[in-house]
Design a protein around this ligand. Sequence first.
Ligand SMILES: Cc1ncc(COP(=O)(O)O)c(C=O)c1O
Length: 398
Amino acid sequence: MKLADRLERLGTETAFAVAATAADWLSKGNEVFPFHLGDLNLPTPANVSAAMHRAVAEGKTGYCPNAGIAPLRQALAESLGKQRKVNFMPENIAVQPGGKPVIGKFLRSVMNPGDEVLYPNPGFPIYESQIEFNDGVAVPYRYSDTPKGFRIDLDYLKSKISKKTRALVLNDQQNPLAAEMTDDERQALADLAIKHNLWVLADEAYYDIRYAGESKSVVSLPGMLERTVILYTFSKKFAMTGWRLGAAIGPKGIIDRISKLNTNEESCTAQFVQWAGVEAINGDQSGANELLRVLKTRRDATIAGLKKIPGVRVHTPDSAFYVFPEISETMARTGHADLADFALGALHNSGMSFCTRRHFGRPLPGEQGNYIRLAYSGVNNDEIERGLSRLADWVSSK
Ligand SMILES: Cc1ncc(COP(=O)(O)O)c(C=O)c1O
């Protein structure tokens, strides 16, 4: 029996394949330090879980409005509007089962077959997958590795804009680079979006995961509110990855279309999960604050451990929970010419499991450097120290 052709264009998150290799190594009796998956091994705040139990006990278990329950839309409108210094109303919010569904629903709402969409590469692999699956043309833009961190290559991005460009995907507090835009970069991107009349998907999954400074959003810049859809998620800030709760926030016209897609695809997001979301936003924030405190200690331990490994070059990010070190010299030292071989060698010789650049979009022609991504959200400080010191020992022994 034949299957649909479009499935050939559907990508995946290959990080899950790394998890399978790590699980196999673990099952053979080896210790594994899991730096591969952007999940958290920290609990959802107790007041949030309690709110979900209360909602179930109160019988809030049936269908609910497609765009989300009114108190959650209200809470998100107020909270996100205040942070980003713009005016959102509940009608600007479509609640989703996670942040991820916003990507495909945004694309299906703005893109016709053959339209081009600019997206970050390296970047979250679902952008590339969803653009192509929905009959669009995925046009990657790239970053430069500068002494001050990763910066969007604006000239390159500009050179890729054509008459067919329909949308621009931005991911500040970026996965996997943990890169952030400077004010000038953000303004330049807004200017381009306005000049070329582009829709913008602002993936702000890590907006609230930050250790210093202040997150800013492209939506706050003049002329952007009417063309931007924000991807919001409860997954990271409140350690709720498995709950599946997020939202699309944008102009009413597109939010109505996205809500119609909700009606067609899942009817609604689980009602009792949404009540937990109301508590997460409006209730006591000590759980979320504690989470950030712990993540910061992990970031510091990860950077300290990486700096002891010969040949590693790494930036210290102020946000998200990833680091993206350059390891060409380390690879040469251990006799590996290929990133995937090095990753396997590291797993077998130190138990360190991580993704490489190749898990974050198809590499661009002529790309320089060899990079890996470590996620420190799912490993405790003791594991970080032991795992990285074993990696250092292996590399040093070569
Ligand atoms: C950049 C980015 N966007 C969106 C998501 C989606 O997260 P979720 O669907 O759990 O909200 C992730 C998850 O890792 C991410 O890294």
